[in-house]
Design a protein around this ligand. Sequence first.
Ligand code: C5P
Length: 285
Amino acid sequence: MIAEKAPAKLNLGLQILGKRSDGFHDLVSIFQTIDLFDRLIFDVAKRGETIFSCDDPKLPSGRDNLVCQAVDVFRQATGIDNGIQIHLEKRIPYGAGLGGGSSDAATVLLALNRIWEAKLSLDQLRDLGLVLGSDVPFFIQKGTALVHGRGEQLKYIPWHGQVVYVLVAPEFEVATGWAFANYKKALTGKGGYATFLNCVNPDEIYISELLQHLENDFLPLILQTHPEVAQILSEFKKHGATSASLSGSGSTLYGVFEDVKTANNAFSVFQDNGYRVFLCHPVLS
Ligand code: C5P
């Protein structure tokens, strides 16, 4: 039996640059893994068998789950037909812009590569990941990455400095496909965030500057469809966040804090008001 942790991610800004001929959108974003984890437990099964279970009955348990799809993709790519039993302890909210499903899928690819001694390179695992979803390649490696394309062009960057994140996950879920189909914005590719990232050396991004340029192109859509989100953003500011934004296409909002005490206080305020709230830190490679 082997247990692996699958981290969530935050998008430290996200700008959509244009729609592509394959139906996907090109984007620019900074992705960062954080210490909010699902846990996957792997065990042996009979040849060719995939046995999947999850402690959250609301998740699809059959072939619809990315975990099972990752096993299939790995078997097809390697020709290895061993059996596997996987139990998922779901802790990352889903439909929440935190990449939980993508991270689970990447964790399966990494684990099978090790358990079945397939010796695929990290690049090969990323290519397999992209078949499963745009965010999966990022999760093949932990850390902070400047991301372009559909989500597969990755440049891992250094991250110095201390931040604490307070995440508020509202009760509603957002489907990524719906968000890309419905966000409204002229596709100029020239938003402040994209311009900022174009002008800096990615290896020398100052966190304080990045935080001043956090923009997320999905935020206007989420504010329009769920106006209550505005209140959460203003609470972050009121309680000392340096910056506040949306992760992915939502629904999670987060505040960035530069000192632990202020972050703890904001966490308590949200918790006392009945929100689903998490206190998190970056997970660096
Ligand atoms: O890649 P993934 O399966 O996570 O994407 C879900 C949906 O979100 C896609 O089918 C597509 O409609 C949309 N999407 C997009 N551009 C991206 C990523 C996702 O249009 N870069």
